[in-house]
Design a protein around this ligand. Structure first.
Ligand code: KG4
Ligand code: ZN
Length: 349
């Protein structure tokens, strides 16, 4: 049995520190509400799981109501509910799952369980309410190579179709975004560090010599903890006080080798798997140097790089979860027993 032509999904994501709810009609984003908790986690220099749980509990109802209001839909017009079941912080995931279970029972709706990283992978397939998205001028063509770079993950995934994924490589330790955040912390720059470092990097010169992680590892995995340690040792040798020039130069030196490491593996994956197109996803793709470098490498192979049509689909959001759920609904991939739906903090492709 096919799903109806205009299929409305209310999606929720509470995998980390953003309380997210969205409504999509097929692949069109009708609303995408993100209640950020950054202000509350700042003083810990990272996400504090039990605080994230409490804040999700506080924010979840207003966020869902706002998503419905902005979409201009009533509960009776929602066809299905979607929720992120992993990967993510267990106490945080729990809040979204419990809420969706409650709503599914109250409004008698089917539920779709979504992989957060599949959401990032499919974020470029989202369209705005007029149907315009990354793929509206050029149609997608499989296989598509996905580079997913976030605070918790760094992955290369080959997509042979919706639901047909092959994890080609991932980080063996810290994620790229986590490395940005930790190096920013060493520099005393605050949290999250990625946006601060990338802003400083714009005015710097890459004069500090840092190692390019995993440059000759031969596989498609990443590793960023060595770079983090190299930054720490380098910083211990540089006398304080540090001036603005120093911050900018260090930021760009760091950003350059991190991006280079990602690009070495992207190039290797292109050569090995010969994709038709490339998609980017995850909060770190906010970084302009990364996006430019990816376009440059892909261009050498005659490939186009696609990214979500709006920045609020780069970082964590529920619209990407809704889009992912649409393709699952089309293959009737619904949760069979809502009571046994559980969080999967280490879920992978
Ligand atoms: O995808 P995301 O919102 O959350 C996770 O699923 O992890 O990614 C958040 C990460 C943080 O580590 C943040 O520092 C990083 O994305 N980030 C950036 C930039 N903007 C956000 N990293 C580098 N440059 C940026 N402009
Ligand atoms: Zn994410």
């Amino acid at each position: 049995m096919k799903i109806k032509k205009n299929y409305n999904i209310l999606a929720v994501d509470t995998s980390c520190d953003d309380t997210c709810a969205a409504v999509v009609c097929n692949d069109r984003v009708l609303s995408n509400v993100i209640a950020s908790q950054i202000e509350f986690h700042k003083e810990y220099g990272g996400v504090y799981p039990s605080l994230a749980k409490r804040k999700h509990q506080e924010f979840i109802d207003p966020t869902i109501n706002e998503a419905l209001r902005r979409a201009g839909l009533r509960w009776s017009e929602i066809d299905a509910l979607a929720v992120t079941v992993g990967p993510g912080l267990a106490p945080a995931l729990e809040v979204g799952i419990a809420k969706i279970r409650e709503l599914a029972k109250e409004y008698k709706k089917p539920v779709i369980a979504v992989n957060h990283m599949e959401g990032h992978l499919l974020s470029s397939f989202a369209c705005n309410s007029r149907g315009q998205g990354a793929f509206s001028k050029i149609r997608w063509q499989f296989p598509i190579l996905g580079l997913l770079v976030s605070g918790g993950h760094t992955q290369l995934v080959l997509m042979n179709g919706f639901s047909q994924y092959q994890l080609l490589g991932e980080t063996l330790d810290d994620a790229a975004g986590e490395c940005f955040d930790k190096v920013a912390k060493m520099l005393g720059l605050g949290y999250p560090g990625g946006p601060i470092i990338s802003e400083l990097a714009k005015s710097g010169k890459p004069v500090y010599d840092l190692p390019v992680p995993m440059a000759s590892s031969g596989d498609l995995n990443f590793s960023f903890s060595g770079l983090k340690t190299a930054c720490l040792y380098k910083l211990q040798k540089i006398a304080k006080p540090w001036n603005r020039r120093f911050y900018c130069d260090f930021a760009v030196s760091f950003e350059k080798v991190l991006v280079e490491s990602l690009m070495i593996k992207l190039k290797k994956a292109i050569e090995q798997y010969q994709p038709q197109q490339i998609v980017l996803g995850g909060g770190v793709i906010n970084n302009l140097s990364l996006r430019k470098a990816a376009r440059k490498i892909a261009g050498k192979y005659g490939l186009k790089v696609f990214q979500p049509y709006h920045k609020n689909l780069f970082s964590d959001n529920a619209a990407m979860i809704g889009v992912c759920a649409l393709y699952q609904a089309r293959r009737r991939d619904f949760v069979k027993d809502i009571d046994s739906l559980d969080r999967q903090p280490n879920l992978n492709f």
